[in-house]
Design a protein around this ligand. Structure first.
Ligand SMILES: [Zn+2]
Ligand SMILES: [Zn+2]
Length: 431
């Protein structure tokens, strides 16, 4: 089996990996590059963007734009697979944005031709020589997956984006034992090797901190990614515990309902169920579609009971927040690179909506280096190939005391073999 990383050996966004065996090509992820990062432009890949597609398939790990965003550019004949709930959430998101952004209109159409797989159940693609096991992982996207891929006697665990400090991470060792066991290679995300400051506070600790904040402050406005499902539900339950009313807009409620009604294994957890008091939906203003309806009784309810408002950086929410009486605590609950002036990912609207005075309460959706070491020890790989990182060399330095780390360049192809020898001579550098 050969592996070729078309993009992502030295950047975080837009990873595209190809596994090839016996004329078949199995691709993993086809997303967008991150703004401000490296920009390699549109890829031309035989068997993916053009050429003979009869022996090709694409797996999507999760719905973040840097993993799925570019599938709208791919031919309709190419079979694409992703998790069902992930696809449903992407549909809600794209439906919400379709009138403002043509790419989302195209995404809705493309999703009609995307098939789904089920966690822990081998994905069968007719005549395909790859054995593919989707393994659910904990990430800031819901219904995210890693894959165990086996062909030619070689096994690879392709991690996708993941972490071990989330609510659902406790199940990881058991699932790895059940579905993965040991593997020859790990193709591993290394986002946080260049973000050591993104210390991995546990999601459960963050939730407790929010509960305290909500108890101490009658009015809280929290900015977070609308598809960071675990955080969203954590905030909802924290608000319930603090006896504050939890407000979201119609779109955000639809995202929550999609999860609650999904029937996925995770909804067995109380985290993804509603309590006695469901989230309240902000009412749109029928006379002015650019703002919410703010009545005196609504204002009174906010002042009397206190509230947690889940906001996004746009003028609808800005206007609403201006009309709410009393003190309000604003919280940023996503990566603070978005509001650091001069940062490549700077989001001016978000910075404006937050003003100067806000609390920062967040933890990374990606694994930190200490947890990564524990994770590798569970799978005993013969070789580790870092992707989804800006600093693969630093990654290699971190782990080469215990494992063989193979640093590739975009476009390199190496053959993976089921022994300690890796044929890196053909192409690619090895560390
Ligand atoms: Zn992600
Ligand atoms: Zn990613």
């Amino acid at each position: 089996m050969n592996i070729r990383i078309h993009r992502g050996t030295h950047q975080i966004g837009g990873c595209v990996t190809e596994y090839e065996h016996n004329g078949w090509r199995l691709f993993v992820d086809y997303g967008e590059e991150l703004p401000g990062g490296l920009n390699t432009g549109d890829l031309q890949v035989e068997g993916l963007t053009h050429g003979d597609l009869s022996k090709s398939a694409l797996l999507i790990t999760h719905y973040h734009g840097d993993h799925i965003g570019s599938i709208i550019k791919l031919p309709k004949e190419l079979p694409i697979y992703m998790g069902k709930v992930g696809r449903d959430i992407q549909r809600v998101l794209s439906n919400h944005l379709k009138n403002r952004n043509d790419a989302h209109k195209m995404m809705l159409e493309r999703l009609e031709h995307v098939d789904t797989f089920t966690e822990g159940k081998e994905l069968e693609i007719p005549n395909c020589p790859f054995k593919i096991m989707p393994v659910t992982v904990d990430h800031s996207a819901f219904d995210a997956y890693a894959f165990k891929i086996v062909a030619d006697g070689v096994s690879v665990y392709h991690t996708g984006d993941f972490r071990l400090h989330g609510f659902r991470s406790g199940k990881t060792p058991k699932m790895l034992k059940q579905y993965v066991s040991e593997v020859d290679y790990i193709v591993c995300e290394g986002t946080n090797v260049s973000r050591p400051e993104a210390a991995s506070k546990k999601e459960s600790k963050l939730q407790t901190d929010f509960e305290t904040l909500f108890k101490e402050n009658k009015g809280c406005v929290v900015y977070l990614s609308s598809t960071n499902i675990d955080r969203l539900f954590a905030l909802y339950h924290a608000a319930c515990k603090a006896h504050r009313t939890f407000y979201v807009d119609e779109y955000q409620k639809e995202v929550m309902n999609t999860v609650v009604n999904s029937g996925s294994i995770w909804t067995n957890s109380k985290l993804f169920q509603y309590e006695k008091y469901k989230p309240k939906v902000l009412i749109p203003n029928m006379n002015n579609r650019n703002c919410f309806f703010v009545s005196d009784s609504f204002k009174k309810a906010l002042s009397e009971h206190g509230y947690v408002l889940i906001a996004r950086a746009n003028r609808h929410f800005d206007k609403l927040i201006d009309q709410i009486p009393g003190e309000k605590k604003k919280v940023l609950s996503m990566w603070n690179g978005y509001v650091k002036e001069g940062s490549e990912a700077y989001n001016e609207n978000l910075a404006k909506s937050l003003d100067e005075d806000f609390d920062y309460m967040h933890t990374s959706g990606h694994i930190d280096m200490a947890d990564l070491r524990e994770f590798f020890r569970l799978l005993h790989p013969k070789g580790i190939i870092p992707i989804h990182t800006e600093k693969p060399e630093a990654f290699a330095k971190e782990f080469s005391d215990e494992w063989r780390v193979i640093v590739l360049n975009d476009g390199d192809s190496i053959s993976l073999i089921s022994s300690k020898r890796v044929d890196a001579g053909k192409l690619g550098s090895s560390m």
